[in-house]
Design a protein around this ligand. Structure first.
Ligand SMILES: [Zn+2]
Length: 451
C-alpha cells in the first residue's frame, strides 16, 4: 500500500524522460513503474504533464531572522513552493548576526522551525573572525561557506587572499565547499572613487564601476588558490561568458570548481538596466546583450552547471534612486518564484534544449554540489518524494499579484511564456496547487547532509 501514487506523468530524469507511475510511502519514493491505483490512499493524475524533481535553489536571501521587512521564511518559502522549489539554501549574510557560529546556527534553526513551506539548508559565513567556527558549523549541518571578494554591506566582510587561503585550509579538512561573490574589491573601489564627487550619477556610471575585469580578476585569483590548496570552490552568479571560459579552463584542468548563473543574466542585459533602472540593479551587473547567447552555451554544456535565483528582495523604497542614488539603491533581484517557468520558457521552448537540462541545472546538480543528493535532486527510489507536476502547455504572465513575496516587486514582472508548475509535492504532501487558495502550512525541515 502506498500513501500516494502520482500516475501517468512523464518523469524528467537527468538523462532521459520516462512515462511511469511513482509510488510514495512515508515521504519517500518507493516505486517507479506501472502501479495499480487501488494500492494507494491518494492518487494524483499527472497525465499530459511532466514530473520534475523538486527544485533546489542553492542561493536565496530570505533574511530571517534579521531584515524581515524584505522577506521572511513564511513568505519566501510560500513563493518557493509556488515556483516548484522544494529546498532552499539560505545565505548567511543578512541576518542578525550573520550565521557565523554555532549559536547563530541554533538561533536560526529555532526561529525558522514551523515557519517554512519547503525544506531548507544553510550556508555558513566565512569571515576573518570565525575561521575557527567553520568546522563546528560543518558538524551542525551547514552545506557551504560564503566569501565576499567584492565590497559588501556593513553586515558582512570582504576577505583578502590570505584569509581566503586560511578558510580553504579549514574546509579542506572535511572537503567542504566555499562559495564566492567574485568581483575584485580594488578594481571596484578604484572605479567608484572617480564618481565620489559627481552628483546625479547615472546607471552607466554604476556599470562603469563594476567592469568585467573585476569579475575576471576575482575568479582568476580563486582558481589560483584552488590550484594551490585543492579546496573546493563554487563561483556564485557568473554574469559573463568570459568568466565562464576561465571556469571551463579550470574544470578541464581537473580543479574542483563549480559555478552557477541566474535567470536574470540569461534573460536581461545592461540595456534593461539603462532603460528601466533600479529593479534591474544587481551585482555583478547585467552585461551587454551580445554576451547572453554565449552564456547560454555554458549552461547547456554544463560549465555553469547550476541555475539559482540569488533571490535578493527589498522594500520598494529601497530601490528609489531619488532617495538613495544609483550607488546606494538596493542591488538585487527577486526571482525565487519564477526560475522554473522562466527556464522552461527560455531554455526549452525558445532554445529547444531538453527538459532534462532543467532537471540537472535546477535540481540534481545543486543537490550534488551541496551534498544533498540521495535525499534531494532526483525522482529516484529512496529519494524524498519532492515532485513538481508541470503543465508544459499552461500560459503565464508574471504580474505583481501573482507573486507571493513580502514585497511584490521583481524585474521579471511583465514577462510571459508557456509552461508552469501546477502542483508541488514535498516529501509526499501537496504544498501548492496552481489556481487554488493555498492554505499555507509549514512542514519544511532543516536538511542536514549525510556524510
Ligand atoms: Zn546573493
Amino acid at each position: 500500500m502506498y500513501d500516494l501514487i502520482v500516475s501517468g506523468g512523464k518523469i524528467v530524469l537527468e538523462e532521459r524522460i520516462v512515462r511511469a507511475d511513482i509510488g510514495v510511502k512515508e515521504g519517500k519514493i518507493v516505486a517507479i513503474g506501472e502501479l495499480s491505483s487501488c494500492l494507494a490512499t491518494e492518487i494524483v493524475d499527472a497525465r499530459g504533464k511532466y514530473i520534475f524533481p523538486g527544485l533546489v535553489d542553492c542561493h536565496v536571501h530570505l533574511n530571517d531572522p534579521g531584515f524581515t521587512w524584505r522577506e521572511d521564511f513564511c513568505t519566501g518559502t510560500s513563493a518557493a513552493a509556488a515556483g516548484g522549489v522544494t529546498t532552499v539554501i539560505d545565505m548567511p549574510l543578512q541576518n542578525e548576526p550573520p550565521l557565523f557560529n554555532l549559536d547563530a546556527f541554533s538561533k536560526k534553526a529555532r526561529v525558522l522551525s514551523g515557519r517554512s513551506a519547503v525544506d531548507y539548508a544553510f550556508w555558513g559565513a566565512a569571515l576573518n573572525y570565525n575561521i575557527n567556527d567553520i568546522k563546528e558549523l560543518h558538524k551542525a549541518g551547514c552545506v557551504a561557506y560564503k566569501i565576499f571578494l567584492a565590497p559588501v554591506s556593513e553586515d558582512y566582510q570582504t576577505l583578502g587572499e590570505d584569509t581566503v587561503a586560511r578558510v580553504f585550509k579549514e574546509t579542506l579538512q572535511f572537503n567542504g565547499l566555499v562559495g564566492f561573490h567574485a568581483e575584485d574589491y580594488y578594481t571596484i573601489k578604484k572605479e567608484e572613487n572617480k564618481f565620489l564627487n559627481k552628483e546625479n550619477c547615472s546607471w552607466q556610471d554604476y556599470l562603469t564601476t563594476r567592469p568585467l575585469s573585476a569579475e575576471l580578476t576575482a575568479v582568476t585569483n580563486v582558481i589560483a588558490l584552488v590550484r594551490e590548496t585543492g579546496a573546493r570552490a563554487h563561483i556564485c552568479h557568473v554574469s559573463h561568458p568570459a568568466v565562464a571560459a576561465l571556469i571551463d579552463f579550470a574544470q578541464r584542468e581537473g580543479l574542483p570548481i563549480t559555478a552557477e548563473t541566474c535567470m536574470h543574466y540569461l534573460v536581461f542585459s545592461s540595456t534593461d538596466l539603462l532603460a528601466k533602472g533600479a529593479f534591474f540593479k544587481c551585482a555583478p551587473p547585467l552585461r551587454e546583450v551580445d554576451c547572453r547567447e554565449r552564456l547560454w552555451n555554458y549552461v547547456a554544456n554544463g560549465v555553469l552547471s547550476v541555475i539559482c535565483s540569488d533571490h535578493s528582495p527589498c522594500r520598494e523604497d529601497e530601490k528609489d534612486v531619488s532617495l538613495h542614488g544609483v550607488f546606494c539603491a538596493w542591488g538585487g533581484i527577486s526571482g525565487l518564484q519564477n526560475t522554473m517557468q522562466l527556464f522552461f520558457e527560455y531554455a526549452i521552448n525558445q532554445r529547444k534544449y531538453s527538459p532534462t537540462l532543467l532537471s540537472k541545472a535546477l535540481s540534481a546538480n545543486p543537490a550534488k554540489i551541496f551534498g544533498l543528493y540521495g535525499q534531494k535532486g532526483a525522482v529516484k527510489i529512496g529519494f524524498d518524494a519532492d515532485l513538481v507536476i508541470f503543465d508544459p502547455l499552461m500560459p503565464w504572465i508574471i504580474t505583481k499579484d501573482s507573486l507571493l513575496y513580502k514585497n511584490k516587486i521583481s524585474a521579471f514582472i511583465g514577462l510571459s511564456g508557456i509552461g508552469l508548475p501546477v502542483r508541488t509535492i514535498l516529501r509526499g504532501k501537496t504544498i501548492y496547487i496552481h489556481g487554488e487558495d493555498n492554505a499555507a502550512f509549514y512542514n519544511g525541515c532543516l536538511v542536514i547532509p549525510k556524510d
